[in-house]
Design a binder for this molecule. Structure first.
Ligand code: CUA
Length: 348
């Protein structure tokens, strides 16, 4: 009786620990899950989620069969004080055939749907796909739309219901393109083209990120896929192709900002125009193209809000916000920062 009480006392903390772990796990299961691969919005994503589900349930089946066998053998053939010595068996033809055939069949059941899925989804997109060239940079995303002559950064705008082919490459090191709810995850390799094809079927904003370690700010290399209705996408294209406000129509402060943007600094690599392109102003290609930058959802590849305050902080000291940032801290005066912010925010 006493022994029973002692063990009950010992068990109590264990039970409480197990309960706490269960509670923590259950709380972790609450949504929303903006980057869940189990909530796909393309046929490609659904194919992958379906394949994962199939293989998962095969795994569950194998687990159950193996565990039931192990537990049965442990109990049935356990050592007993007065038990007889078991008779050793060498070779059992039926068993040997069974446990060779069973795994081979399981591999076939996994391989056939896997290869079917690869063939269905790895090919080029259907008729008249929208082609987007996605180029990974340390640590931001360049998106080019050759069909419309648009170059933008960190917001991937797509139309609902039209097939998209995303051509993937990198300007420097290996990155990986991943928007979990659109499906897939594919490396962007310098000097090589990879491809992802899918048709978005839901309007909305879907978070993406780099999925291949690419240096100091790998975790700060984020983007958004923004899926529009066909009409809204056409409006976005028209807005991107519209000219910025003319220089004459800029306010005095905005004109000072444009002058600061154009200024050639020492060293020359500290000049804004050395790296950034703005229509009719500059042609830099090392940093993000800044056409209509004020209309983007974020700054610095998803790290900052696209507000005047955040833009000012970014111009003051990029590396403080994004470790390793290739945009240098160029020692702008407060007046220059205020003017540059006003000018950049005029690029709507
Ligand atoms: Cu780019 Cu990690």
């Amino acid at each position: 009786m006493i022994r029973y009480r002692r063990s009950a006392l010992r068990a109590k903390p264990l039970v409480m620990l197990a309960f706490a772990a269960l509670l923590a796990g259950a709380v972790g299961c609450q949504g929303p899950f903006p980057q869940s691969t189990f909530d796909p919005t393309t046929s490609f994503g659904r194919d992958l989620a379906g394949l994962f589900g199939l293989i998962f349930w095969w795994g569950v089946g194998v687990f159950v069969v193996v565990e039931v066998g192990v537990v049965y053998v442990l109990i049935r053939f356990r050592a007993r004080p007065d038990g007889e010595q078991p008779v050793p068996i060498h070779g059992h033809t039926a068993l040997e055939i069974a446990w060779t055939l069973a795994p081979a069949m399981i591999i076939v059941f996994i391989a056939v749907p896997t290869i079917q899925t690869i063939w269905r989804d790895a090919g080029p997109a259907a008729d008249n796909p929208l082609e987007v060239q996605a180029i990974g940079h340390q640590w931001w995303w360049e998106f080019r739309y050759p069909e419309y002559g648009i170059v933008t950064a960190n917001d991937l705008h797509l139309p609902q219901g039209r097939a998209v082919t995303v051509q993937l490459t990198s300007a420097d090191v290996i990155h990986s393109f991943w928007v979990p709810r659109l499906g897939g995850k594919r490396d962007m390799l310098p000097g090589r083209n990879n491809r992802l094809s899918f048709t978005p079927d839901s309007v909305g904003e879907f978070l993406g990120q780099c999925a291949e370690f690419c240096g100091l700010s790998h975790a700060n290399m984020r983007f958004r896929a923004i899926v529009h209705t066909a009409d809204d996408f056409a409006a976005w294209v028209a807005a991107q192709n519209s000219p910025h406000a003319s220089e004459d129509s800029l306010s005095t402060l905005e004109q000072q900002g444009l002058a600061a943007f154009r200024a050639v600094r020492t060293p020359a690599s500290n000049s804004c125009i050395a790296c950034h392109a703005i229509q009719n102003v500059s042609f830099g290609v090392l940093g993000p193209n800044l056409n209509h930058v004020a209309g983007r959802s974020t700054l610095a590849a998803g790290v900052l809000n696209n507000t005047a305050e955040d833009l000012a902080a970014w111009l003051r000291d990029p590396a403080a916000i994004k470790p390793g940032s290739l945009m240098p801290t160029i020692g702008l005066s407060q007046q220059e920062i205020t003017a540059l912010v006003a000018y950049l925010r005029s690029l709507r």
